[in-house]
Design a protein around this ligand. Structure first.
Ligand code: PEP
Ligand code: MG
Length: 758
């Protein structure tokens, strides 16, 4: 069964559209299960009816015509109960309804499973059989698995707009929402431009092309690969035996006009662009080979794939040179990289979407520094099929809307304009201090990672750097930067902000922040070898970094060192020992620097409980609310599937944050917060009320937080906090906070797209 399933999935995934995919599913499932009928019903959101979309065994003329409401028939029952229904004789069931046009009276047994995507029923898959019998557990499990596969296919079809008024063509356009994780705040409305990973045939979409131009492109690609093959063959002449070199001749033959070459040419002549035609032909060949039982022939699939990849690389290269980016480009890729951002001409890029990655990928950090709304980790987005369509990026919530309706587009365009006006208005705040209406002064600092952040931070009037993520420079590099290289990077940061303080965090890798040249493979990376754990195990890395920081601060003396992922005093003591050792060494080498203030991050629950003990040994504390929230709530901060549970306004998180301030102050130590929460204007009100001494955030949000805090009394903020402290439900906390700020006339700065989070 597993093998059959694999084959069906493979075939379905290579189907060119939803109709074909559904056709394959009903045919193959019917065959595999030996049933007489297999049908798919999809829920049309416009009419809220399950519409028969594909069938093998029922009357095909009823496709698109037969439909039932959720409270009608057995299909409706499966859809509303969201459970499989396995009946020996369907007609005996009280919910059975007979549809004359389908001819289903001939079938007795019925097995239906709901098709569910992200908790939403999108359809029902049904098999039926003439004889009365209960389908066994294995059959039921097979159909459930098939439904789960189908759910993904349907979600993809929604994204590309191929489900539009099911069964009633052309009736309205349906928008689809894809959920990822927030990468960089803000909203954008624009046109999707997909940057495909180099030479990956599987993700090349169908697209119309100019026949003459595409034929010429393909001929050039063919010539390119032929030349490469000849060169390669000649190069390996001395290393390979003649029979091994024969492979190159096979390749050359396959490229021939009478073979693969001519097949692709024929598809291009139907109007398909060269890349799509190549994918189509290669996939057909590969599928045929892979389904063969003979192991040798199965292997041939990889030859065809290899050839396809080589041809594609040439075609992509040619396209890249002629690609015109539209105004309001929303750049999409499976895995965005910093280099890709550089490809888009200045002023055209309004949004970013990455299928993989998280809010902490360096692209997301770069996007925040550039102020470009970004959504990361949109794992369900069929990115290869969305090129050229209209799209909305909601970087606040980590949501992407494909084919948005006019209403939604207008709503978001309004938000974009509102934000533009807002940021123009906020520029005026630059020179003004962050002080509340009753005179409480709250220093606002920035988080930085790249040099690009520096200019923005300065434009926004930051009063210091609360968190410089040193790992970003390591992530962009191809190897560990040397002490000298690090010194130069750190010096730039320190000099740019001088005399304002710059808090440099020691290398915080692991978790989702990996270095290509120092791979860490773990089953549970967030609970694994992360942050200080890595650098204490590698004192040479820690010492080099500390020495570089200390040397970089010579004559500037605005350095502060911050230690990440501390889970207890033992780690802190070890790290302090290493910093003192590095300090001694650089002074011995003649660098005259004072011992900088050293701080510890509170981002692990254990550290919350040990705040006092830790505070005694350091000069300052800084709360990493990003990690603290994930560890307190046991919710992976980068996993879009549990993103709804990740909530820094959860009462447990608020309580922990309050305890940290109380304990730090009891030891007479200042405490700041540098997680994303500090950059949320509404949350900042609460943090100020708790007594945080400074807030550190991305430069984009700094003016918003300043605006908010300048409009409120500290006394009012404390009242609000006291009121929220009595609430045990996170949702109620959100709505109470939102309402209170609205009543104070302060809702303008709360994320305008947000019903729930700020
Ligand atoms: C945090 O965890 O809140 C933090 C600021 O550090 P990072 O996001 O880099 O883990
Ligand atoms: Mg952290």
């Amino acid at each position: 069964m597993l093998n059959t399933l694999r084959k069906i999935v493979q075939e379905v995934n290579s189907a060119k559209d939803l109709k074909t995919a559904l056709g394959i599913i009903v045919l193959r499932v019917k065959e595999a299960m030996g049933s007489q009928v297999c049908s798919v019903y999809l829920l049309d959101p416009e009419s809220n009816r399950f519409v028969l979309m594909a069938t093998e065994g029922l009357n095909k003329r009823s496709i698109g015509k037969v439909s039932m409401a959720p409270n009608e028939g057995l299909v409706g029952l499966v859809g509303t109960r969201e459970e499989p229904l396995n009946l020996e004789n369907a007609a005996d069931h009280p919910r059975y309804r007979y549809f004359a046009e389908t001819g289903e009276e001939r079938f007795a047994s019925f097995l239906g499973t709901p098709i569910i995507h992200h908790r939403r029923v999108v359809g029902v898959l049904v098999i039926q059989q003439k004889e009365r019998r209960q389908f066994d557990e294995g059959e039921e499990a097979f159909l459930v698995t098939m439904s789960a596969q189908l759910a993904g296919v349907i979600a993809h079809a929604e994204a590309t707009g191929s489900i539009r008024g099911l069964g009633r063509q052309g009736k309205g356009i349906q928008e689809a929402k894809f959920v990822g994780v927030p990468g960089s705040p803000g909203a954008a409305v624009g046109t999707a431009v997909v940057m495909l990973p180099p030479a990956d045939l599987d993700v090349v979409p169908d697209k119309a092309g100019d026949i003459t131009a595409e034929l010429a492109l393909f001929q050039t690609a063919l010539e390119g690969v032929r030349n490469d093959m000849r060169t390669l063959s000649a190069k390996l002449a001395t290393q390979l035996r003649p029979e091994e070199r024969a492979l190159f001749d096979v390749y050359l033959m396959m490229l021939d006009d009478a073979s693969l070459g001519s097949e692709v040419t024929n598809v291009i002549k139907t109007g398909q662009w060269a890349q799509g035609a190549l994918r189509q032909v290669v996939t057909e060949h590969v599928n045929r080979f892979e389904l063969m039982d003979d192991a040798y022939l199965r292997e041939r699939a990889s030859d065809v794939k290899d050839l396809g990849r080589r041809l594609l690389a040439y075609l992509q290269q040619a396209r890249q040179q002629t690609l015109v980016y539209p105004d309001n480009t929303i750049l999409i890729s499976e895995e965005l990289s910093a280099a890709m951002l550089g490809e888009v001409p200045e002023g055209k890029l309004v949004g970013l979407v990455s299928v993989l990655g998280s809010g902490n990928s360096h692209v997301a950090i770069l996007a925040r520094a550039m102020g470009i709304p970004t959504v990361m980790g949109v794992v369900d987005l069929p990115y290869s099929k969305v090129d050229g369509i209209n799209m909305i990026v909601d970087g606040y919530h980590g949501e992407v809307f494909t084919n948005p309706s006019e209403v939604l587009t207008k709503q978001y365009a309004g938000i974009v304009e509102e934000e533009r006006q807002l940021s123009l208005g906020l520029d005026a705040l630059r020179e003004l201090p962050c002080v509340t209406l009753d005179g409480h002064r709250m220093p606002l600092w920035v988080n930085t990672g790249l040099l690009a952040d520096v200019a923005r931070a300065q434009q926004r009037g930051a009063e210091g750097v609360g968190l410089y993520r040193t790992e970003v420079a390591f992530m962009i590099n191809q190897r560990f930067p040397s002490e000298k290289e690090q010194l130069a990077i750190y010096r730039e940061q320190l000099a740019a902000f001088h005399p304002l303080p710059v808090t440099m965090r020691s290398l915080d890798i692991g978790g989702d922040k990996s270095l290509s040249y120092f791979p860490i493979k773990e089953d549970n990376p967030f609970l694994g070898w992360r942050g200080i754990r890595v650098t204490l195990d590698h004192p040479e890395i820690f010492l080099v970094q500390a020495r570089a920081m200390l040397k970089a601060s010579e004559g500037l003396n605005n350095l502060r060192i911050l230690l990440p992922m501390i889970s207890g005093t033992h780690e802190l003591e070890e790290a302090l020992h290493l910093i003192h050792r590095a300090w001694g060494e650089v002074r011995d080498e003649g660098t005259d620097v004072p011992m900088p203030p050293v701080g510890v991050m509170i981002e692990i629950p254990a550290a919350v409980y040990q705040t006092r003990e830790l505070a005694r040994q350091v000069d300052f504390l800084s709360v990493g609310s990003n990690d603290l929230t994930q560890y307190l709530l046991a919710v992976d901060r980068n996993n879009p599937r549990v993103a709804d549970l990740y909530d820094y306004l959860h009462p447990a998180v608020l309580q922990a944050l309050q305890n940290v301030v109380t304990d730090a102050h009891a030891e007479g130590k200042p405490v700041s917060i540098c997680g994303e929460m500090a950059g949320d204007p509404a949350a900042a009100v609460l943090l100020m009320a708790m007594g945080y001494d400074s807030l550190s955030m991305n430069a984009t949000n700094l003016p918003k937080v300043k605006w908010m805090l300048r409009q409120i009394h500290l006394s009012k903020a404390k009242e609000l906090l006291a009121q929220l402290n009595k609430i045990d439900n996170p949702q109620v906390i959100h709505s109470t906070l939102q309402l209170a700020l609205k009543n104070l006339g302060l809702s303008r700065m709360i994320n305008p797209t947000s019903p729930k989070k700020f």
